[in-house]
Design a protein around this ligand. Structure first.
Ligand code: 26W
Length: 802
């Protein structure tokens, strides 16, 4: 199929006719895309099967990464690159008058995630396969991924996302592997041969249908699987209206919840979580049992990782199967379960910590609830032994307390490893959020600083930079990105620096053209592209960025001698549909843009752009075009951040707080190669403890702040004056929970330093090169190797081709 261009052209035409029953000339680009995608999927099926066979027969330990989100983005381009057949396809299609990039654009993003957590899961799958590690994803095949964002009159409007509308060429439905998942009913207990047994009566069953996607390693023969479960009515039909049953069943995998950090305690969400977990654990144990006789060795053969607490019911579900179905005793089952499961925490924000009301949990999952109760009782009893009489401590550590089940506590207690996602985040977990658990079992806790796949986020999305790097230091960095450090040898080379600056210019032009096409706004290609793209959230402080733009505007208007290098401020962000405040910030960005972009004087210095519907595939054109990466969360709030790494790897300079992985970026590049500002995490946390900050002092003592804040509520914007009152109030009446006014002045200073640095173009380019050179540490290959060695205990395999 892909052995020569001639051969490709022949099989492509044949496939197209078979699939669509038409001649090439009559096929639209979607049909052409489907043809190519199907060919690629079929082409990899041999290696896919071979990989699975090898795992089965060589009894290598496998890891299963359970995640409620996998934010994959598009797959055609990366699959072609990984298989090493992209150039051949491009050439073949060209002969047929088809543009490959055109077909790549037709593909919909697989947007089965909200943000960092979901994208991290996708990067991890890529790094597992690309390093020949036996690891697979388990997730949900949502019919609708994260909503499509439209902006109407400056306001966000959400439309249902439709990635499956025309089918999905990458997936294979596995009817032979369907399992049943059970909800509701009542638990009956009885004795059988002196053993207490449990039976569920009157429960309802739904089918979990697996769809498998190949995860293709980069130039290896390894092809792992991502298994996505879809909910369908089961043939054991219930005693109630079939139509209602069908609708309620399909609802389980209908939508991805669009909440990021703020939990919506809806029953459907809990159903999704148990659906994912029950289906996955049942299959994992069944396939283990096909090969092994004793469940006691399960932890030597299988590792199960839970991505945040969303899949934490894997713990009681595994206990249920081991005890009720496999008839093991509690202690043996508990030993196997805890040795198998490990857990990553992704946030310390209290509003994101999952707690489920018992009233909701117990009727939906009665047997699972009983098991959680038992886990809790045994755990509290052990705590009592260690801390006799210390009721307060035990109450704080309990899994069930005050009418709720605390999912993070269950995750810590039921797994053998708990990790944070950046050094500082892990420190905060140990010292604060999880202090009592850390004191009790310090060895459980460890750090795994996040990473990103340099294949998608540099090699694939920035071919211009890739060629320049290859030309300068060779291509060994693709297998080992720490080799990017060799770019430092070129930092003083004039020709190289020119070429490097040229790459950035090209990438800025590509983004500028996109913006012109989408927003109808022309931007100055030589302006500084200052970009903040991420979910919209108060703690990420897009508002601080906007306040600074308003200040710059005021300053430019007031002081005709004040000059800055032209700047284009670019935003992209989705707000959770129910997050009123975040939506207000989106409107504010548009209102400020309206004023700034239409001011005949100011528009020569600054422009403000909001890019609609930010998603993985847009990231691929945005990160390479950035000069400045805005990473300005309130210190202590951003567990890690991964956008920061994508920008850095493409040569953007970080303007950031000492938060999450920004600190490790600073450690890599040194303070001369990024701009740090603002309170430290220590300072923020001690403010919280002492109630010491009064935001109105900053309003009264800083005229820049006063002027901007007053503009929020007067008649400055052509809108009812109440429009931005909630924003004003958050800063003044509610005492500025995220320290925007406190950090404002320091942020202004950092921007000034940055502006001055940019005036020396050569120096700026050197800083930029330095960032690329030191970005190798942030490859998810490194992160995954650390998980593989320290937590999962899995090993690389080698696949020999037959
Ligand atoms: C609604 C339940 C819920 C709870 C928490 C949804 C989403 C969350 C997380 C906060 C989602 C998330 O994306 N966290 C991010 O994870 C990234 C990968 O580790 C980190 O880089 C980000 O700092 C963290 O915010």
């Amino acid at each position: 199929m892909f052995s020569s261009v001639d051969e490709f052209v022949r099989s492509y035409k044949e496939k197209l006719e078979h699939m669509h029953g038409k001649q090439l000339a009559e096929c639209n680009s979607r049909e052409q895309y489907e043809t190519l995608g199907t060919m690629v999927r079929e082409y990899c099926s041999r290696d896919w099967l071979a990989t699975m066979e090898k795992y089965r027969y060589e009894k290598q330990k496998q890891v299963y990464y359970l995640s409620i989100e996998f934010l994959l983005g598009k797959l055609l381009k990366s699959n072609l690159i990984h298989l090493g057949i992209r150039e051949l396809c491009e050439e073949g299609l060209k002969r047929l008058g088809i543009s490959l990039t055109g077909l790549e654009e037709v593909e919909c993003d697989a947007g089965l995630g909200n943000g960092g957590l979901g994208r991290l899961a996708a990067c991890f799958l890529d790094s597992l396969a690309s390093q020949d590690l036996p690891g697979h994803g388990c997730g949900i095949r949502y019919k609708h991924g994260l909503f499509d964002q439209r902006i109407v009159d400056g306001y966000q409007v959400e439309l249902p996302e439709q990635w499956l509308k025309y089918g999905n060429v990458w997936e294979v439905r596995r009817d032979d592997q369907i399992v049943q998942v059970t909800f509701g009913g009542e638990v009956e207990t009885y004795y059988s041969k002196d053993r207490l047994e449990f039976r569920l009566n009157g429960a309802e069953t739904i089918s979990a249908v697996p769809y498998d996607l190949p995860i293709i390693g980069y130039r290896t023969n390894t092809i792992n699987s991502l298994r996505l479960w879809s909910a369908e009515p089961s043939s054991h039909s219930p005693n109630r209206s079939l139509m209602k049953y069908k609708i309620e069943t399909e609802a389980v995998s209908e939508f991805l919840y669009p909440d990021d950090t703020h939990i919506d305690g809806k029953i459907l969400r809990l159903k999704q979580q148990y659906f994912l977990v029950s289906a996955s654990i049942q299959r994992i144990l069944a396939s283990y049992k096909e090969q092994n006789s004793s469940l006691l060795e399960l932890p030597d053969q299988v590792a199960i990782h839970i991505n945040d607490t969303h899949p934490v019911l894997a713990i009681p579900e595994m206990m249920r199967i081991l005890i009720d179905e496999e008839k093991l005793d509690w202690d043996t089952a508990w030993d196997i379960t805890t040795k198998t499961i490990s857990y990553t925490n992704h946030t310390t924000l209290s509003e994101a910590l999952e707690k489920w009301q018992i009233d909701l949990f117990k009727p939906l999952l009665p047997r699972i609830y009983l098991i959680v109760e038992e886990i809790n009782e045994r755990y509290c009893a052990k705590l009592w032994e260690k801390y006799p009489g210390d009721w307060q401590r035990i109450e704080q550590m309990a899994i069930i307390a005050h009418g709720v089940v605390k999912m993070a506590h269950l995750a810590i207690v039921g797994s053998h490893s708990v990790n944070g996602v950046a050094e500082m985040h892990t420190d905060i977990l140990k010292k604060r959020e999880m202090r009592l658990f850390y004191e009790y079992e310090p060895n459980k806790f460890n750090n795994k600083t996040n990473g990103i796949t340099h294949r998608r986020w540099l090699l694939q999305c920035n071919p211009e930079l890739t060629s320049l790097i290859n030309y300068s230091i060779g291509d060994a960095w693709i297998k080992d990105p720490t080799k990017l450090v060799e770019l430092l040898n070129w930092k003083e080379d004039r020709v190289f620096l020119n070429d490097f600056a040229d790459v950035k210019r090209k990438r800025k032009t590509i983004l500028a053209n996109y913006i012109h096409y989408k927003n109808g706004i022309s931007i100055d290609h030589s302006s500084i592209f200052d970009i903040q793209v991420k979910r919209m959230h108060a703690y990420k402080r897009q508002l601080l960025n906007v306040l600074h733009i308003m200040y710059l505007y005021n300053r430019l208007k007031e002081d005709s001698r004040f000059e800055i290098h032209p700047r284009t401020f670019i935003f992209g962000a989705k707000a959770s549909p129910g997050y009123y405040y975040a939506k207000k910030i989106i409107k504010l960005i548009h209102s400020v843009a309206e004023i700034v972009n239409n001011d005949p004087y100011v528009k020569n210095f600054i422009k403000v752009i909001f890019i609609e519907n930010f998603r993985v595939s847009l990231g691929e054109i945005i990160y390479p075009a950035a000069d400045v990466s805005e990473q300005i969360s309130t210190a202590s709030k951003e567990a890690s951040g991964t956008g920061n790494m994508k920008f850095m790897m493409n040569g953007a300079i970080t303007l950031g707080t000492l938060d999450g992985a920004n600190i490790e970026i600073l450690n890599e590049v040194g303070e001369e190669n990024l701009f740090i500002f603002g309170l430290t995490a220590e300072e923020v946390l001690s403010y919280y403890q002492n109630g010491g900050y009064k935001s109105s002092d900053y309003y009264h003592h800083d005229t820049r702040i006063k002027k901007v804040l007053d503009q929020l509520i007067g008649d400055y914007f052509p809108l009812p004056s109440v429009e931005f009152e909630p924003i004003y109030d958050s800063l003044m009446s509610y005492n500025d929970e995220y320290f925007l006014l406190r950090d404002f002045s320091s942020y202004v200073d950092a921007h000034e330093r940055l502006n001055n640095a940019y005036l020396d173009k050569t120096k700026w380019s050197k800083m930029s090169v330095h960032n690329v050179a030191k970005s190798g540490y942030f490859t998810s290959d490194r992160t995954i190797r650390q998980y593989a060695e320290d937590i999962w205990n899995i090993e690389q395999h080698t696949l020999h081709h037959s």
